[in-house]
Design a protein around this ligand. Structure first.
Ligand code: URA
Length: 198
């Protein structure tokens, strides 16, 4: 099966996932799950937290205010949005944009794990502390987890079933929506990604 077919299978499972913790919330609100978007052979994979209101309405990741910041950061680093893959840990919107609960992360995490296995990125850039912790733990680097203010922009090497992987924790672009200082830090951190984008 091609990467696109394998990813579509995951989409169908989430779509029909009546057992998933935020499924009934999705149906009640008449919105979409958000699986991910971008190149199915991407070298760089961005992993956020969970869809917000705009994302659930459109079924696309990072298409609201945080997405505008992400677009700006990609542009400033000279990285084409279509060349990367962008997704979240949790595939349905938590009510009122609250933080994802541990049981939501455990229920949706295996879909993300499969997306990573299919795309086999060279770099995973985590957006925010939830995906930072999830990915560091998943790849056996839990001992290196401290605060995002200490970890952002650093590179962590992991061995995976598909070879070497570099993990780069980044601040969540939503923080930069109202904080120009964080946006400058993010811009600088994004420069590191440039070398992996070609
Ligand atoms: N915040 C996220 O973590 N993911 C999105 O897709 C949008 C906002």
């Amino acid at each position: 099966m091609s990467n696109s077919e394998l990813l579509k299978k995951i989409r169908d499972e989430v779509w029909d996932g009546e057992h998933l913790p935020l499924y009934s919330e999705r149906i009640r609100n008449g919105v979409y799950p958000v699986l991910g978007e971008g190149s199915h052979e991407a070298k760089i994979m961005f992993i956020g937290e969970a869809p917000g209101r705009n994302e659930a309405l459109q079924g696309r990741p990072f298409c609201g205010a945080a997405g505008k910041v992400l677009d700006e950061l990609l542009l400033s680093a000279g990285i084409l949005r279509a060349s990367v893959y962008i997704t979240n840990i949790v595939k349905d919107r938590p009510p009122q944009n609250r933080d994802p609960l541990p049981e939501e992360i455990s229920a949706y995490g295996p879909f993300l794990d499969r997306q990573i296995e299919i795309i086999k990125p060279a770099v995973i850039a985590t957006l925010g502390r939830f995906s930072m912790r999830y990915i560091m733990e998943k790849f056996g680097l839990a001992d290196y987890v401290t605060s995002i203010s200490q970890m952002h922009g650093k590179q962590f090497n992991a061995e995976t079933s598909f070879g070497k992987l570099i993990i780069i924790p980044l601040y969540h672009p939503a923080v930069a929506v109202y904080d120009a200082g964080t946006k400058e830090v993010l811009k600088k951190d994004f420069e590191v990604l440039q070398e992996f984008s070609v």
